[in-house]
Structures are given as C-alpha cells and as structure tokens.
Design a protein around this ligand. Structure first.
Ligand code: AMP
Length: 126
C-alpha cells in the first residue's frame, strides 16, 4: 500500500465511534471537511471553540498515523489550522491537543486533534 492509499478511508474499525461519524452513521456537528479529514464540534466543549479534527481513515493516534501515512498527518494539521481560522481564533491563539493512551485520557482510539480556543488557556495542563 502506498502512502497515498493509506489516506483513503479504506481502513475502518466497525466498533469505532469516529469511524461511524465519518460514515454519517452517528450524527455530528461537522464544521469542516476535506477528502481525507473531517472536523466536528466536541460534544462536551471545554472552551468557546472546541473542535475535533480527524482523519477519515482509522489510525489509532498521531504516531501511528505518522508511521503509516505521514501525508495524512499533515492533512489533519492543515485542517486544524483551517478550523482555527474559520472559528476566528487563528490570531488570538488556540491549542492543538492530541491525547495518546490511558494516562493521557485518550477515550477514542481514532486520531483526533482537539482544536481549543476562544478563551485564555492555562499552562501546564492538568
Ligand atoms: P479524548 O478523551 O482525547 O480521546 O477525546 C475524545 C473527545 O471526544 C472528548 O472530548 C469527547 O467529549 C468527544 N466525543 C465523544 N463522543 C462524541 C461525539 N459523539 N461527538 C463529538 N464529540 C464526541
């Protein structure tokens, strides 16, 4: 499989919530879409802007995506920037967060970038 093939939504996990959102089997408030990515509002927003940006293809996390399909990881980051611009937080500032694994409280094992902004954000994170 070439890297380009890996960007297509061929790999789907039938038990994955975000794969079901990509397939429009579970509703979501979609704010941005490209051939390879989808962005939708987090159901439990932590800030005025809280959007999740995902690859349409199923990859567990950012590193798995970078290893299997590096161009797809770029697509997701570029889409996050587009979402920030669309949401009006590109100039004021925003955070791109991706939780990986249990200790980081990753609850959905399908790469997702949280794009969070619209208020002052604390650092360090908890
Ligand atoms: P994480 O805990 O980093 O894996 O993030 C998963 C995020 O998905 C959480 O912020 C949830 O609020 C969010 N979430 C869970 N189910 C949905 C859904 N159906 N639509 C939108 N966001 C969701």
């Amino acid at each position: 499989m070439t890297d380009n093939d890996a960007t297509r939504p061929a790999q789907r996990d039938p038990d994955c919530l975000f794969c079901k959102i990509v397939a429009r089997e579970v509703p979501a408030d979609v704010v941005h879409e490209t051939e390879t990515t989808l962005a939708f509002r987090d159901i439990q927003p932590q800030a005025p802007t809280h959007v999740l940006v995902i690859p349409k293809a199923h990859h567990r996390d950012a590193v798995a995506t970078a290893l299997a399909a590096p161009a797809l990881l770029t697509d997701v980051v570029v889409a996050a920037g587009e979402v920030a611009r669309q949401e009006g937080v590109a100039d004021s500032g925003y955070r791109i967060v991706t939780n990986t694994g249990r200790d980081a409280q990753q609850s959905v094992d399908h790469l997702h970038l949280h794009v969070v902004g619209g208020r002052g954000l604390q650092w360090p994170p908890g």
